[in-house]
Design a protein around this ligand. Structure first.
Ligand code: C2O
Ligand code: CU
Length: 476
């Protein structure tokens, strides 16, 4: 496992690298605390061995020359400062997906900060109140920037860790590659944005096609899954094993077996699994992705080494994680808001507001828009909030997916409890920051609006987001 901190920099070297004054002005209150974690991420174009060393390298965009970018590993409650240097030819930002950061650190271009221009550095600084599995990615033209490889894992360790033999992260991604191994550059085309997004043809784990994953009989592995794909939904099945889900989107959940043995992850979603490696030395088991009917494939094989089992009986230590710090919503007093999603092919949506004007579907499509939230198609990050919430109050969003497509809906700055699906209470009332909605489904989520600011609320199929499926929720 990669635990090292890449490009650890002192305040002094950072100041020198960026010319001093500019950074001081950007970030006047640099605390210079000795106990803060420091990272330096450089966004740049580069090359990666996505498809293995016998194929040509793929031209990518990456952080610190690697796909995924370096794992940022913090302790719960820690303060972190992350300098992001932009060596791309276009503007960028970083959004810390799932972390409840202060609004100015949220990385949304124009809404929470000016985008980072080519050649510039921006320092993000925040505390991490909650443990869990998170990730980071740009919020500027993310359908292309993320799609070319800009993303990385961010892990916040619990104050009281559970006992496992190995803590492993798999960042899953899906690429659309041409026969020469290069990324197809048809980003944001209308076919993708009006259907199920840019689903590719090559799935990688931690930035490469992984044929096998070595394990040892008897060991207990905590497997952190992160779906960094633009659009692909994963439905992973672990042949011969019984994974236990202990966290969703980083947030602790009552430990339970996945429904039907399948771990389903929409784009941006995470799951933490406990897997006891119960096979015999020398055995091999398939991990398959069965989400799309008739398009199942083997993701990789778990390959047991020949060593004798690490232990004869599985560990019986507890796997339940301590709760995070989100306030509990008061459902009985919560204010309810209806939110509906429309558009897409076979959607039947006729009209939407776009750029402040009432527009029919055909005119929308001519400008590349395909989706709307409560009848409004977003054309950029700056817009009037479609909801204004009072800080400290509890809210229920009663959401209706009035489309023929799946949508992983993500709210910034908060986690919400998924309380009902199709009018039925959910079994685990799981905390999530991204909830996958099936076609036509109704889902209710509840949360306390406790983080002031303007927060994005959008579909995390990045082509849907770019084609209008985005809005702003203000916490006043
Ligand atoms: Cu992971 Cu608004 O994004
Ligand atoms: Cu969507």
């Amino acid at each position: 496992m990669q635990r090292s901190r890449f490009f650890l920099v002192s305040r002094r070297s950072l100041l020198a690298a960026s010319g001093g004054g500019a950074l001081g002005a950007l970030f006047p209150a640099w605390p210079g605390r000795g106990d803060a974690a420091n990272y330096h991420l450089v966004a740049d174009s580069g090359r990666a061995h996505l498809v293995g060393t016998t194929y040509p390298e793929t031209a990518v965009w990456s952080y610190n020359g690697a796909v995924p970018g370096p794992e940022i590993r913090l302790r719960q409650g820690e303060h972190v400062e992350i300098a992001v240097e932009n060596r791309l030819d276009e503007e960028t930002t970083i959004h810390w997906h799932g972390l409840r950061v202060p609004n100015p650190m949220d990385g949304v271009p124009h809404l929470t900060q000016q985008p980072i221009s080519p050649g510039e550095t921006f320092v993000y600084a925040f505390d991490v109140p909650d443990a869990g599995t998170y990730w980071y990615h740009p919020h500027q033209r993310s359908y292309e920037q993320v799609g070319r490889g800009l993303y990385g894992p961010l892990i916040v360790e619990e104050r009281e860790p559970i006992q496992v033999d190995r803590d492993v992260t798999w960042v899953l991604d899906d690429w659309r590659l041409l026969p020469d191994g290069q990324i197809s550059d048809d980003f944001g085309n209308f076919m993708d944005s009006s259907h199920n997004g840019r689903v590719g043809n090559t799935v990688t784990v931690n930035g490469r096609i992984l044929e096998t994953f070595p394990v040892r009989a008897g060991e207990r592995v905590r497997l952190r899954l992160i779906n960094a794909a633009n659009a692909r939904i994963f439905g992973l099945e672990f042949q011969g094993h019984r994974p236990t889900i202990i966290a969703l989107d980083g947030q602790p959940v009552e430990p339970h077996a996945p429904t039907g043995g399948r771990v389903v992850l929409g784009p941006a979603m995470r799951a933490d699994l406990i897997i006891d490696m119960s096979g015999e030395p020398g055995a091999r088991f398939t991990v398959a992705d069965r989400f799309y009917r008739d398009l199942e494939y083997r993701l990789l094989e778990l390959v047991y080494g020949d060593e004798p089992p690490l232990r004869m009986h599985p560990l019986d230590g507890p796997v339940r994680l301590a709760a995070n710090t989100m306030p509990e919503p008061d459902i009985s007093a919560a204010e309810r808001h209806e939110v509906s999603f429309g558009g897409g092919m076979m959607g039947g949506m006729m009209m939407a507001m776009m750029g402040g004007r009432r527009t029919d579907m055909r005119a929308m499509m001519q400008s590349g828009m395909a989706w709307a939230i409560n009848g409004v198609a977003a054309t950029g990050h700056i817009m009037e909030p479609f909801l204004t919430l009072q800080r400290g109050r509890s809210y229920v969003l009663a959401m209706h997916n009035d489309t023929a497509w799946h949508h992983p809906m993500h709210l910034h700055g908060h986690a919400f409890r998924v309380t009902a699906r199709e009018g039925q209470p959910t079994r685990h009332r799981e905390w999530q920051d991204t909830v996958l909605m099936t076609p036509r489904e109704r889902v209710e989520v509840a949360f306390v609006a406790d983080n002031p600011g303007d927060w994005m609320f959008h579909c995390h199929i990045l082509e849907h987001q770019a084609a209008g499926m985005m809005g702003v929720i203000r916490v006043a």
